[in-house]
Design a protein. Structure first.
Length: 196
């Protein structure tokens, strides 16, 4: 059994709210922002730079028409899975099917560039075979969410729009309390490109 950790970066969403404000041609994943390390990069690149510090393998899920997203992921050493579905369930299932032999999977959203590396390490180090690890900030569940190896089959069975939250019911959920507001900060609109 592998003792490696796989990060699943979900980058297949349509970004409709962002496009309504910024313009229909703008992809929020490629918008520039200043990361927690003070370096300006695209939203997705901020995520990939942070995630590669904790994951042995990164699988990025994206859409057929997101060529620039796929190219960026490949430059960062990711395995790219192209899926014509914005559904989180479909995306997670496809990623785990592509990389099924790990001690766990870290589900990361491609539009959450402000999660601190310390939080990523906290979630990654907390993983147990039969548990789900989730960061909690001001009483709310955030990302990334870690799933131990026993959840592999359940993750591969996910479908549709909803993500893996349904697997929390009846599971051993480890709530990891954190002061890191980045676990709740996604870039849905251009104003969210500035982290406060």
């Amino acid at each position: 059994m592998s003792e490696t950790l796989c990060a699943i970066v979900l980058a297949a969403g349509l970004g409709s709210r962002f496009r309504q404000v910024a313009g229909s041609h703008r992809n929020k994943l490629l918008a520039q922002c200043t990361g927690r390390d003070g370096v300006e990069r695209s939203v997705l690149e901020q995520v990939l730079v942070s995630v590669r510090t904790v994951a042995d393998t990164i699988v990025l899920l994206t859409r057929p028409d997101y060529c620039s997203v796929a190219e960026l992921a490949l430059r960062h050493g990711c395995q790219v899975v192209v899926l014509d579905s914005p559904g989180m369930g479909d995306s997670i299932a496809a990623a785990v099917a592509a990389e099924p032999d790990h001690r766990g999977w870290l589900v990361v959203l491609g539009d959450m560039p402000f999660i601190s590396p310390e939080t990523l390490r906290y979630v990654a180090s907390s993983l147990e075979d039969d548990a789900i690890s989730v960061p909690v900030h001001v009483g709310k569940y955030g990302h990334p969410v870690g799933f131990g190896r026993h959840f592999g089959a359940s993750l591969m069975a996910l479908t549709g729009e909803k993500g893996a939250r349904r697997l929390f019911q009846g599971a051993n959920v480890k709530e990891l309390h954190t002061e890191d507001s980045g676990v709740l900060w996604d870039v849905d609109v251009p104003a969210a490109l500035v982290f406060k």
